[in-house]
Design a protein around this ligand. Structure first.
Ligand SMILES: [Zn+2]
Length: 286
């Protein structure tokens, strides 16, 4: 999860070019030129309502235009040159799930149901395969108006929203792990929870965190790279190393809600983990 600055795209000028292109007669021509104003209004509606699916209304455009816009996403005409720029606009972290290396794009409002925004740049965000795992999840409870968070509009994505609680069992042989919310009273907590369950957890964060705990058990300095490889440490040293690590991951990725930071924050705040790390690390040195 990440607050991301959108790539600058002149969406209306792209619409104009498509509307005038009579070579697109198998897809959007001449329907787009006839119904362009409806699409322009839909773009404005999206922007004015910050991409919130509870507030946006789909325009009444004809089926051929819907199919045409969808096809322009799958097979972009020459005038559309911004898709790759969007994919590459967050190289280190997936703004949707906080995992690594987004290699594709996600339609915030799924294109199967919201065709009018198939090629709208603000509806396209870089994403990893959480895109597929999310499916069509978009809206939760009507009572709470829960929804998927939007990397371009939800400013609070810049805050630390997630951590994890690690509970050791059988004398640190096994660990129970739970993703937790930093501010349970957050005004947008219903949406933060909805997004976490439908995107972050489905993307596999819990399995990844458990894998990191297995690596920590073998050699903590392989995971916490700020720990001195050949020196004994105290609890204060481990806290310092974890805090440094946390700060680096926050800065490198531009978000506190990347998976590495969630792990570091959880280790710093889960009971018993710091003393266990001191013991594991020092046993490796001897
Ligand atoms: Zn992702």
């Amino acid at each position: 999860m990440k607050k991301l600055t959108p790539v600058r795209v002149r969406d209306l000028s792209h619409l104009d070019k498509l509307a005038e292109n009579d070579k697109l007669h198998l897809t959007s021509y001449p329907e787009l030129s006839r119904q362009k104003e409806l699409v322009v209004q839909a773009y404005k509606d999206y922007d004015n309502n910050c991409g919130n699916p509870w507030l946006i209304t789909s325009p009444i455009i004809c089926e051929k235009l819907k199919a045409g816009l969808l096809s322009h996403y799958s097979y972009p005409p020459g005038s559309i040159d911004y898709f790759e720029k969007i994919t590459n606009s967050s190289p280190d972290v997936c703004p949707m799930c906080g995992g690594f290396k987004p290699f594709t794009r996600d339609h915030l409002l799924p294109k199967a149901d919201y065709q009018a925004w198939s090629i709208f740049s603000k509806n396209l965000v870089p994403a990893c395969d959480c895109n597929l795992k999310r499916g069509s999840a978009l809206k939760g409870d009507e009572a709470t108006q829960a929804r998927v968070l939007h990397p371009y509009y939800d400013q609070f994505l810049s805050d630390r929203l997630l951590s994890c609680k690690i509970t050791p069992r059988n004398n640190f042989k096994f660990f129970d792990l739970k993703l937790i919310f930093i501010s349970p009273e957050h005004p947008e907590i219903a949406s933060i929870k909805f997004h976490t369950h439908n995107i972050v957890i489905k993307s596999g964060i819990e399995k990844w965190l458990k894998g990191q705990l297995v690596k920590l058990k073998i050699k903590p300095s392989n995971v916490i790279q700020t720990l001195p490889k050949r020196k004994q440490v105290t609890k204060v040293d481990v806290i310092e190393a974890l805090e440094d690590c946390l700060e680096r991951y926050d800065e490198q990725t531009g978000t506190c809600n990347n998976w590495n930071s969630i792990l570091c924050h959880g280790l710093l705040n889960s009971e018993g983990m710091l003393s266990w790390l001191v013991e594991k690390h020092n046993n490796n040195i001897v």
